[in-house]
Design a protein around this ligand. Structure first.
Ligand code: NDP
Length: 313
């Protein structure tokens, strides 16, 4: 038989745990499923210096453990498990966990976050943890005085290139277009950093190295008549080509933008399905910060509480 709950939260980043803190303090008896990466993206970060309340900073895993303990203290039921399917056609909403167990819930908070995108070349997997990373702030430390490449031309790529330039000897920024998409201020920072070299109109087609990344195979002006193969020697290869919101299993029921970010009523976490709310990075193409995710997690729990009291559940 299906398990019935009042409030189900999917995801265990700052949004999910904050929703759990608020929902349990409001006596909603929330059940939270942690998902593929318990603790979310911050568990792959080292130091978090911009989360209010930690004047000396805190590591990502510690911050997430603190949030989890705070939710547990108020009685949130936090479980291992991945939501694999949903049926939001009518309340109570059905969410399948790990392909087998079905939970029926009156209110649903989606806090499934976003996942870093990769180029899709086989060498990214071959060298995973051996020189390939999607998080400069997590892994940059290992490349002090070394040579690294960052792929991407947006704000993230520029920010990561500047960050890495403070640690590494040389940074290549590999950009597939002849221009950067990043904001003017970030572009200027890149161009004013002497140890960043921007390689415009370059695509990465492979990596090489015996015991880890030692270089990348690039193609300049790929597909053009003057296409040219270029190899660069690097120790680290960082992806910064955007994130994919983890919204696929909800798409049949709720609206998303062209990238997959869940659309909510502006200024609220409400989706178009009554009682279904979206919080954190899965619904945020703009800010994507731990504190903004926590803020929307709080909003979602307050909305869930009001919704449940309105429908008398
Ligand atoms: P963006 O989508 O803005 O940029 C992605 C970049 O990766 C683009 O340059 C894109 O190239 C490139 N790219 C995508 N796919 C490939 C591929 N297969 N091969 C090579 N290059 C590829 O993502 P960001 O993560 O940079 O930013 C997301 C949002 O977050 C933006 O709104 C940004 O402004 C914001 N942000 C703001 C920050 C700040 O203000 N401090 C910091 C970080 C992010 P192309 O241009 O050719 O499409």
């Amino acid at each position: 038989m299906n398990e019935k709950v009042r409030c189900l939260i999917i995801g265990s980043g700052p949004a999910g745990y904050t929703a759990a803190i608020y929902a349990s303090r409001a006596n909603l008896s929330p059940v939270l499923y942690e998902g593929i990466q318990p603790g979310g993206q911050l568990t792959t970060t080292t130091e978090v210096e911009n989360f209010p309340g930690y004047p000396e900073g805190i590591t990502g895993p510690e911050l997430m453990e603190d949030l989890k303990q705070q939710a547990l203290r108020f009685g949130a039921d936090i479980r291992f498990g991945i939501a694999t399917e949903t049926d939001l056609s009518a309340a109570p909403y059905k969410v399948t966990i790990d392909g087998e167990k079905v939970i029926e819930t009156e209110a649903l908070i989606i806090a499934t976050g976003a996942t870093a995108k990769y180029l899709g070349i086989p060498d990214e997997q071959k060298y995973a943890g051996m020189g390939v990373s999607a998080c400069a702030t997590c892994d940059g430390f290992f490349y002090r005085k070394k040579v690294v490449a960052v792929v991407g031309g947006g704000d993230t790529a520029c920010e990561e290139a500047v960050y890495l330039a403070g640690l590494a000897k040389q940074v290549y920024l590999i950009v597939r277009k002849p221009f950067l998409r990043a904001s003017k201020v970030m572009q200027e920072r890149v161009f004013n950093t002497p140890n960043i070299m921007v390689l415009f109109e370059h695509n990465t087609i492979g990596l090489f190295g015996e015991n880890g990344v030692e270089g990348a195979h690039l193609v300049k002006r790929m597909g053009e008549a003057d296409e040219e193969k270029v190899d660069i020697a690097i120790d680290g290869f960082f992806l910064a080509i955007g994130h994919k919101p983890n919204s696929d299993i909800f798409k049949p029921w709720i609206d998303t933008d062209e990238v997959g970010y869940i659309k909510t009523v502006p200024g609220t976490p409400r989706t178009k399905v009554p009682g279904v709310f979206a919080a954190g990075d899965v619904a945020d193409p703009h800010y994507r910060q731990a504190i903004t995710a926590a803020g929307t997690g709080c909003q979602a729990a307050i909305e869930a509480e009001r919704y449940l009291s309105e429908i008398g559940k």
